[in-house]
Structure formats: C-alpha cells, structure tokens
Design a protein around this ligand. Structure first.
Ligand SMILES: NC(=O)c1ccc[n+]([C@@H]2O[C@H](COP(=O)([O-])OP(=O)(O)OC[C@H]3O[C@@H](n4cnc5c(N)ncnc54)[C@H](OP(=O)(O)O)[C@@H]3O)[C@@H](O)[C@H]2O)c1
Length: 275
C-alpha cells in the first residue's frame, strides 16, 4: 500500500510518518515545507503550488493520503489551494485521512458527538482564519468525497516520535524554569489527546476501510488547569506550581467553554488505546 503524508515534518505528522515507515506493509512518502525536514527522505513541496503539487502527486499515485498540514494565519489558503489540489487529484479508490480539530465547534456546549453541527467564528475573531478554514475544509471533503476519514482532535500533547514536545508544554516548562509558577483556566474543558495515540489511530484509518468522522481521544476530559497541573508533576514540579487563572481573565465569549469530544465511536471502532 502506498501512502503519502502531507505535513510529515510537523508535530503530529512526524509521528504518523515514523509509524508508517516502520510498517513493512506500507510504502510511505512524506512532504515538508521549511528546512530542516524532520526526516532525510521527505520531499520539499508547497501544497499550494499547483504545478509542483500535480507533478509530485502524479509521480506518487498513493492509495491513501494523510493531511497533517497546518498554517495558522494562512489556513484559508491551505483549503482553497492545497486541499483543493488534493481533492481534485484523488481517485475514488484513494482514501483521505484528514486531521481536524475541536475548533469546528463554536456553538452549544461540549462534549460534542461527531454529528453535532459545525460552525465558524466572526471574521474579526483572532482565531477565525483557522477555525473557519477547518469548518470549510470538513464541508468540502464530505461534499466531494466518499472515501475519507476526518479525525478530529482537541489539544494534542506529549513527546512525539522524534522527541518534540507540544508548544503548550514547552511553554509551561519555560515558565516553570523562569518563575516556578504558571496559571491556567479551570473553566475551559477539553479532550486532550497524546500525539502518539492520535498518530496510531491515523495509521489504523490508513489501513482499514472505515470512513466518516471520528473524534480521537480518551473518555476523560480536563480543564486546562487540571491538565497542566498533571503535566507539571510529570515534568518534576509540584502541583502547587500551577495556579488557577480563571479568576483574573475574561473568557472568550465566542468559543464554548467546553469543547470536549465524545469519543465512544472511535474507541469502539479501532484497536488504538488513548492514555
Ligand atoms: N496541534 C494541535 O494541538 C492540534 C489540535 C487539533 C488538530 N490539529 C491538526 O493536526 C494537524 C497537524 O497539526 P500540527 O500541530 O502537527 O501542526 P504543525 O506542527 O504546525 O505541522 C503542520 C505542518 O504543515 C506544513 N505546512 C504548512 N504549510 C504548508 C504548505 N503550504 N505546503 C506544505 N506543507 C505545509 C508544515 O511544514 P514544515 O514544518 O515542513 O514547514 C508543518 O510541518 C493539522 O491539520 C491541525 O489542524 C492540531
């Protein structure tokens, strides 16, 4: 089976790529954009560039494509250009495994099931480009394709297969080293998912015939305060080094406080366990 991972040099994509390259049933290729690449054998490719994308794709002809690309403020371009290039090149037999986010839920309150309606943010919200692009991407995929899995995740954490930590934990560590204290809100609830559990589940969807939308992660939900307290303890700091920030800051009124995900569907469908 031939698999192509777009974003194979990124935080989650590196773990997906590493698991796939160690699987003898799989012939994997991956792409990166900015130097240095996480692996020596990745192809440099801007998915937004139509000619180079087309040449690369025609040479590879994958059976499965994994989308682990993210570009924050330019996420919109990634949907209108990069994702459109992918979708126009896929044959009906080619499966797309698309990594998405709990940010697609901006109405109601979590925990959300897979079929809960998605919605965007007002244009002037600082996160609107990313959120609205992800909502558009999911709608585009489900309208145009049959052979796809959308794998939604809340905050992704932990050390990936090439030894990188998520930015949030990195920042926590820096703050604890500098000031011995950090503060997080206790009223914002999420389903945190370990990067290697997410990668393992993406690999299962590469290899199985399941399609549709799945929420990745454990049954447990945590506030940022609870979760980051656990992280601090794992890093060797005392639980007291993390404080509650909710009393001092205004909540973001456009984003539900609880965007946790219902994860029964995935846990009943695949072997991957979520820590
Ligand atoms: N991180 C989270 O907490 C989180 C939560 C929920 C969902 N997700 C989703 O998970 C996926 C992976 O996220 P991540 O955290 O691993 O992101 P990341 O570390 O920023 O990786 C994204 C990768 O996309 C590549 N990229 C950006 N623009 C590109 C372009 N025009 N052409 C080709 N490649 C391009 C970058 O390549 P280079 O590094 O080589 O420049 C980067 O490695 C994304 O789809 C994201 O929406 C992430």
């Amino acid at each position: 089976m031939k698999v192509c991972v777009f974003g194979a040099s990124g935080y989650a994509g590196s773990s997906v790529y590493d698991l796939l390259r160690k699987d003898s049933d799989i012939d994997v290729t991956g792409t990166y954009l900015e130097e240095p690449a996480a692996f020596d054998d990745l192809y440099k490719l801007d998915v937004n560039e139509p000619e180079s994308f087309s040449a690369f794709y025609k040479e590879q002809q994958p059976d499965v494509v994994v989308w682990s690309v993210m570009s924050g403020p330019y996420e919109d371009e990634l949907v209108h250009e990069g994702l459109r290039h992918v979708i126009t090149h896929l044959t009906p037999q080619t499966k797309l495994v698309y990594l998405s986010t709990d940010f697609v839920f901006t109405e109601g309150s979590g925990p959300y099931y897979e079929d809960h309606p998605t919605s965007g943010l007002p244009e002037d919200h600082p996160l609107s480009t990313y959120t609205n692009a992800k909502v558009k991407a999911e709608r585009f995929i489900s309208r145009e394709l049959l052979n796809y899995t959308i794998l939604r995740a809340g905050p992704i954490y932990g050390e990936n297969k090439i030894g990188q930590l998520d930015e949030r934990t990195d920042k926590l560590l820096a703050q604890l080293r500098l000031r011995n204290t950090a503060a997080y809100r206790d009223d914002l609830i999420r389903t945190f998912v370990h990067v290697n559990d997410l990668a393992g589940s993406a690999v299962e969807f590469v290899k199985n015939d399941l399609t549709g939308i799945y929420h990745a992660g454990p049954d447990k939900r945590h506030s940022f305060y609870e979760f980051m307290t656990q992280m601090a303890e794992q890093l060797g700091y005392s639980a007291d080094s993390v404080e509650k920030a909710s009393e001092y800051e205004e909540p973001d009124k456009e984003i539900p406080k609880n965007t946790a995900l219902k994860t029964e569907k995935i846990r009943n469908a695949i072997k991957q366990k979520f820590r």
